[in-house]
Design a protein around this ligand. Structure first.
Ligand code: PDD
Length: 291
């Protein structure tokens, strides 16, 4: 079945989906995006993703391309046309098309692209064995709270991780503090079962999965400390994991050369993963929803 993309008002076959060469997203990375997880016919935390997109656009002074209601209709249509039940819905808004000039062009229409990609449910081996992390210097700008399409440091980090046979890169700032992963938030569990993750602010993206984990940890009676933690603390952690919309709660069993605890995914991590899957199962299926 051919994949269908939404591009500025039209549903087009994915392989013919193009944007203009002077789209400012292409020339300046002048835009923002979201990745929404579709799980068994449900869009997980759709409202929170759209809220975050609004916020990113607001911080960049990019006008919303349309009303939220219209956006939700298109999201559903993209899911439907791609017959996606489990996968990722990608939304990208750029400032629009204009002759190249750093300043914002007057009266420009924002560009909106959406794609859907079916993926298998959580890869079992990642869950069973956990993943390896490579730490790298955080060379990003000071507004990591904006989900901008400007991802050069992130892709360089992910590539460095892949070349080191690791799955994700955790970025480290001055003082040896971990900020977050190249496409995920970073977590550790201390010897006394306290969950530690970096506070939101300009140094990290406020993850939607991260936020859901807060609620689940509370239900399970665990304490979360929002504070910066060092690489040394992470090496010595009882458990470690990463969170994002594409892979939920993923156990981390090695960071650089340090094997975390006994090298097996931690119990609290697995418990959170299970709870997160139940959280997704409890979301309302798209078929039963009005846009
Ligand atoms: N990335 N931090 C960064 C830098 C991210 O890019 C992401 C998500 C997260 C986790 O956010 P959330 O839980 O809302 O997915 C944290 C997406 C998945 C991506 O770029 O593909």
């Amino acid at each position: 079945m051919p994949r269908i993309a939404y591009v500025n008002g039209a549903y087009v076959p994915h392989r013919h989906a193009t944007v203009h060469i002077e789209d400012r997203g292409y020339q300046f990375a002048d835009g923002a995006y979201e990745v929404v997880n579709a799980f068994r016919g449900r869009l997980i935390d759709e409202r929170l993703h759209l809220d975050r997109l609004d916020r990113s656009l607001g911080e960049l002074s990019i006008a919303p391309p349309m009303t939220r209601q219209a956006m939700r209709l298109i999201m559903r249509e993209v899911v439907r046309r791609n017959r996606m039940t489990t996968g990722l819905l990608y939304l990208q808004v750029t400032r629009g098309v204009a002759p190249r000039d750093h300043k914002f062009p007057p009266a420009i229409k924002p560009a909106l692209v959406m794609t859907a990609r079916s993926i298998p449910e959580f890869p079992k081996e990642m869950h069973d064995d956990g993943v390896k992390i490579l730490t790298i210097p955080d060379i990003r700008w000071a507004r990591c709270d904006i989900k901008s399409v400007a991802l050069l440091p992130n892709i360089l980090g992910k590539q460095a991780a892949a070349e080191a046979d690791a799955y994700e890169a955790w970025m480290v700032e001055a003082g040896d503090y971990i900020t977050e992963g190249s496409s995920s938030n970073a977590w550790i569990v201390t010897a006394d079962n306290i969950l530690v993750t970096r506070p939101t602010g300009n140094r990290i993206l406020a993850g939607i999965t991260r936020r859901a984990i807060f609620g689940m940890a509370e239900e399970l009676g665990y304490t979360i400390e929002e504070r910066a933690f060092t690489v040394a603390e992470a090496y010595a952690a009882k458990e470690a994991f990463m969170s994002n919309s594409s892979h939920f709660v993923t156990p981390v069993t090695q960071i650089d050369d340090a094997v975390i605890a006994n090298g097996k995914p931690g119990n609290l991590t697995l418990e959170l993963h299970e709870r997160y899957v139940r959280y997704m199962e409890a979301a309302i299926p798209l078929q039963s929803l009005e846009a």
